[in-house]
Design a protein around this ligand. Structure first.
Ligand code: B12
Length: 235
């Protein structure tokens, strides 16, 4: 299998100050150097680069390159994990900046990756974008048992909940978790969104979700629409 190539985002040069270069950050994420990723992202923040450009133009190219290699079985779990760690170091720095750009509280969103699934980069990005849109997001992390989603939604009087799944074996738990909300008598008190690479609108319909988001942009649009729709009140 041929080694995938770095995909440089279109127009990336116009979104950074003159003389700026991303190459070293791409390489830091690619090689999983989380210390240098942290340093370079902080420098980009200090140079007043839009945090969304730091994500799209600075962090993603190196991450996606390794992701494609992982899918092609050119690299394996240890290498992918250290790249994910570097990516998360960068995300941690831009998250508060994007959240601070939000204007008003829009609603409470409980987010997590379903039982058995350890993938959290995508749902972390959706979380950051939701916070940027004004949602208060409680992120439960990965491998989240349905009971924990329900307990948290109840405790926080959540408006929306979101289930991420990246494996064709774990998407099943999106359906199970929705069924558990039904059994607990809470299904009509929240709007439920699902997402993750193997999911689709058809799957969302089949599992009884209120919506499916292809990516973080779609997820935010959907959440902003659903939060306006009527729901039963939490007691
Ligand atoms: C990184 C990665 C890992 C890392 C995860 C680290 C981490 N902290 O997340 C590690 C190395 C741990 C890993 C492990 C495994 N992985 Co993996 N992994 C990936 C990889 C390379 C990238 C996933 C990713 O982060 N994508 C980037 C994000 C931004 O995209 P995303 O998650 O789709 O999210 C976007 C949308 O889907 C949406 N979205 C996501 N969540 C939500 C939620 C809501 C509510 C909404 C509305 C929207 C939404 O918005 C996001 C932003 O735009 C993919 C392959 C690839 N190139 O995609 C394989 C991949 C997902 N992994 C795969 C496999 C098989 C595994 C393992 C089983 C490997 C093994 N043999 O053990 C284990 C499983 C461990 C487990 N139990 O979970 C397969 C899955 C195949 C399948 N269909 O089942 C893939 C597709 C690779 C492949 N082609 O074989 N993996």
């Amino acid at each position: 299998m041929s080694d995938p190539e770095l995909q440089i985002p279109e127009d990336w040069e116009s979104r950074a100050p003159e003389g700026w270069e991303w190459q070293t950050l791409w390489e830091a994420v690619e090689t999983g150097d989380h210390v240098y990723t942290d340093k370079r992202v902080q420098e980009a923040i200090d140079a007043d680069i839009d945090p969304r450009a730091i994500l799209d133009d600075g962090l993603f190219p190196g991450f996606n390159l390794q992701g494609d290699r992982f899918s092609a079985q050119i690299i394996f779990i240890p290498e992918m994990l250290i790249t994910a760690r570097a990516m998360k170091a960068g995300l941690a720095l831009i998250r508060p900046l994007l959240a601070a750009m939000a204007e008003k509280p829009v609603g409470t969103f409980v987010m997590g990756t379903v039982l058995g699934d350890m993938h959290d980069i995508g749902q972390s990005i959706v979380t950051i974008m939701l916070e940027n849109a004004g949602f208060n997001v409680i992120n439960l992390g990965t491998d989240v048992h349905p009971d924990r989603f329900i307990e948290t939604a109840l405790a926080e009087k959540a408006d929306l909940v979101g289930f991420s799944a990246l494996l064709s074996t774990t998407v099943y738990y999106q359906k199970v978790t929705i069924e558990e909300f039904e059994k607990a008598g809470h299904r009509n008190k929240v709007k439920i969104l699902i997402g993750g690479a193997p999911t689709s609108q058809e799957w969302a319909d089949e599992c009884g979700a209120d919506g499916w988001g292809k990516d973080a942009v779609e997820a935010v649009k959907l959440a902003l629409r659903l939060v306006e729709e009527p729901r039963e009140a939490w007691n």
